[in-house]
Design a binder for this molecule. Structure first.
Ligand code: KIV
Ligand code: ZN
Length: 390
């Protein structure tokens, strides 16, 4: 395996697999290929392109992406079942760099009620599957589904066994978004200390967002040695979704003082990627979504506007341009003050006296009490109605 910088965090994007499992997020094959090209431009390291055994469409999407997208590793998901593994082998045939991602559940609740298997049989099945995959792949990821509700000593056993059988990445999914950052960090730390052969593999984390802490959990795990984060654009995914790629990446970048780690993500492509996912899936991004939401760099309060106009860093911890925005957004509304009005006038090359600016500012405030949004056209209308000459 290629030597990696120990401080690099690999970004494993699963928008096309776990993301597509969001209710209503199905994508056509062409849409998936288009998205995969965008993920390549974004600079992700691994693209989980699909689960080839589940449908002809998924199989074809993985094959087409394997053929068309060169650079990142293309990954396909498989249960610990021979036909799944062989479908992944076939679908990834033409990939330049390929990975198989094999998983089996390890929590008592899943083993008893879903798999109906004894824990020892689960370990044996996992080992057999890795050995089969090893005949076709150098790069093999193993996931212990529902790891965070599994017994940690059992995880140590199964991860040690699959590493011995040939797994090169071990993934610790918080499948149902149940764990909390401290607890998850402790689990990763234990695995890092106790799993045999751990120094030769990458520890990966895969967090769901049921309690709203998927990004926090991923970051907590990085501090304990995780070096791959599985995530999706806009955080789409099963139920409340997965850790959002843009949040993980920008947290690492913005808080370099806390994290010594880096990613290869071209952050200026984050907004384009977010827009493409929203457009393809029809799942709109909430306005206040961190990093890529419409309001992420919008300021309406007069005090904030004054601060940002004087010095951006008063209320902005990231540069909007680094994410792909053209700049911040000074929203004119009832909370905004004359500084924002003055900037709006400057942007529109309109000269008014100080008195007129104050007057316009009061008129705009009064007008905005009657509605939610004020447009440029509304402000021009007020200027006209008040006979302000400019
Ligand atoms: O959430 C999960 O456990 C998964 C696995 C297949 C990794 O998506
Ligand atoms: Zn998942």
């Amino acid at each position: 395996m290629m030597k990696r910088d120990p401080n690099q965090i690999l970004i494993f994007d699963t928008t096309l697999r776990d993301g597509e499992q969001s209710p209503g997020a199905s994508m056509t094959i062409d849409e998936k290929v288009k998205m995969a090209h965008q993920l390549n431009r974004l600079g992700v390291n691994i693209i989980e392109a699909g689960f080839p055994v589940i449908s002809q469409g998924d199989f074809d999407a993985v094959s087409r992406i394997a053929e068309a997208v060169k650079g990142p590793t293309i990954c396909a998901l498989a249960r610990c079942v021979e036909k799944d593994i062989m479908a992944a082998v076939e679908a990834l045939k033409s990939a330049e760099n390929k990975r198989i991602h094999v998983f089996i559940a390890t929590s008592p609740i899943h083993m008893k009620h879903k798999l109906r298997m004894e824990p020892q049989d689960v370990i044996e099945r996992a080992v057999e599957s890795i050995k089969l995959a090893k005949k076709y792949f150098d790069d093999i990821e193993f996931s212990a589904e529902d790891a965070t509700r599994s017994e940690s000593d059992f995880l140590v056993k199964i991860f040690s066994a699959v590493i011995e059988a040939g797994a090169t990445t071990i993934n610790v999914p918080d499948t149902v978004g149940y764990t909390m950052p401290d607890e998850y960090a402790r689990l990763i730390d234990k695995l890092n200390r106790e799993v045999k052969g751990i120094d030769d593999v990458v520890i990966s984390v895969h967090c769901h967002n049921d309690l709203g802490v998927a990004t926090a959990n991923s970051l907590a795990a990085i501090q304990k040695g995780a070096r791959q984060v599985e995530c999706t654009i806009n955080g789409i995914g099963e139920r409340s979704g997965n850790a959002a790629l843009e949040e993980v990446v920008m947290s690492l970048r913005t808080r370099k003082d806390l994290y010594d780690q880096f990613t290869t993500i071209e952050t200026t492509q984050l907004l384009n990627s977010s827009k493409m996912v929203a457009e393809i899936t029809g799942i709109n991004v909430q306005y206040n979504k961190a990093i890529v939401g419409k309001n992420a760099f919008a300021h309406e309060a007069g005090i904030h506007q004054h601060g940002v106009i004087a010095h951006r860093e008063t209320y902005e911890i990231m540069r909007p341009e680094d994410i792909g925005f053209t700049g911040n957004d000074m929203v004119i509304g009832k909370h905004s003050g004359r500084h924002a009005i003055k900037q709006w006038l400057d942007n529109n090359k309109i000269n008014l006296t100080e008195e007129q600016i104050s007057d316009l500012s009061s008129q705009v405030k009064a007008f905005s009490d009657t509605r939610k949004h004020i447009s440029d056209a509304d402000i021009f209308k007020i200027l006209e109605q008040t006979n302000m000459h400019y």
